[in-house]
Each structure stands twice: as C-alpha cells, then as structure tokens.
Design a protein. Structure first.
Length: 220
C-alpha cells in the first residue's frame, strides 16, 4: 500500500517541477470598472490547484471574498449591471481590501510552502486585468509580502485560443466540454473555478508533450 505522505510529497514535487518553481493560483476579480487605479475592487476569488494521484492537475480549494470599495473609489453603473453586485446591500459580507488580501495571501503562502514552490503566479482569463487590480489593491493596502509574482502570469485567453480556437471564456469552456451556466457568470468564485477547469484541462492535455520533453532533457 502506498504511504499517503509519500504520495503527497511526490505530488508537491510535481507542482514545483512542472512550473519552474511557481505555484499557479487561479484568480478572478469583479470590479467597478476597468481602471485598477480608480475603480473599486468588489469581489476576488482564488482557486488552489494540486496534482492528483494520477498526475493530473485539478481544483483543490476555492476562496472567495466580498470586498468593500476603497474610500473615494469609482463604481460604474454599467459594471454593476453586468455583475449584479449591489455594493451597498446590507447583507453583503464585505471586508476592507487589506483584510481580504491578508486572508487570501495567508492561504496562498501556505500552499506555496506545502507544494515546495518559491512563489505564486496568477492564472486568469485576460490575466493582465486581474493582476492589475490585485497589484493596485496591494499598493493601496501597503502590503509588503505579496506572494504573487508582480508581472508574470498564465493567461487562459491565450491558452484557450491555442488549445480550442476560442478566447472568450464561455466559448472556450464550451469547446472544452466543461459546462457553462451563464446565470452563474460574473461571480468571482464561479468564474475563477471555470477558469481553473480550463487551465487544468489544457495543462493535462499537453502533459505528454511536457513529459516527453523532460525525458529528452534527462537523456542528454
């Protein structure tokens, strides 16, 4: 019988080796507009990934937060019409940006350590958008220990175009036969989980190419 600790150690080594020491963490944000410097961050979600015992990358855990708009932030009504978010709803459990990032980063740092990685790298659909809002919130909150790489990212819009010929998230998900519920879209958790499914599917699909490359390098 396999030792569970041995299996966990091997899975952690797979993560560190597969992405050059980076831990991919899928992030989605819902915002009050397109300008990360002026527009409010309203929701943020992160999905932790792990390799399973068969060597396939899978979703492991999801972490979602409602965010209180920072003081003086701009919120466009058009953005709210798309997301359906009511920033002033009395039952909305929103937390300040700094507290949200503190909780989120604690989860990410713990996973970076557990997986033997050196840093997290953001995975997102049009990742520049999510990363720009994350970096802006970090700067406003004056957080010094950001576990995410400040500019590197994995973009599933690009990867979806390569793998499935689709760059829109919903269409890429449908092309990958992963199931898409339009009524659930524009929730940070739902979009992050679907982006994670797309990313994992592409990574697993390209696994033979990666493993063949590893074998060739080892034979040199």
């Amino acid at each position: 019988m396999n030792n569970p600790n041995t299996i966990a150690d091997e899975q952690a080594r797979m993560m560190a080796n597969r992405f050059r020491g980076f831990l991919p963490v899928v992030v989605d944000v819902e915002t009050g507009g397109f300008n990360s410097a002026t527009d409010a961050l309203l929701e943020i979600a992160a999905v932790i990934l792990r390799f399973d015992e068969n060597g396939d990358l899978q979703r492991h855990s999801s972490h979602g937060y409602h965010v209180a708009p920072f003081e003086g932030s701009n919120i466009e009504q058009a953005a709210l019409d798309i997301t359906g978010i009511d920033p002033n709803h009395p039952l909305r459990p929103a937390l300040p940006e700094r507290e949200v990032l503190r909780r989120l980063f604690r989860e990410v740092r713990n996973e970076v350590k557990a997986q033997g990685c050196t840093r997290a790298v953001l995975v997102g659909h049009n990742a520049w958008f999510d990363l720009s809002f994350l970096n802006a919130a970090v700067e406003r909150s004056e957080i010094k220990r950001n576990p995410f790489h400040p500019f590197s990212s994995f973009d599933t819009a690009t990867l979806g175009g390569v793998a499935y010929g689709q760059t829109v998230l919903a269409r890429a998900i449908e092309a990958a036969d992963l199931g898409w519920e339009s009524g659930e879209a524009h929730s940070a958790v739902y979009d992050a989980e679907k982006t994670a499914d797309l990313f994992c599917g592409i990574v697993n699909r390209f696994r033979p190419i990666y493993e063949n490359g590893v074998r060739e390098r080892q034979s040199y």
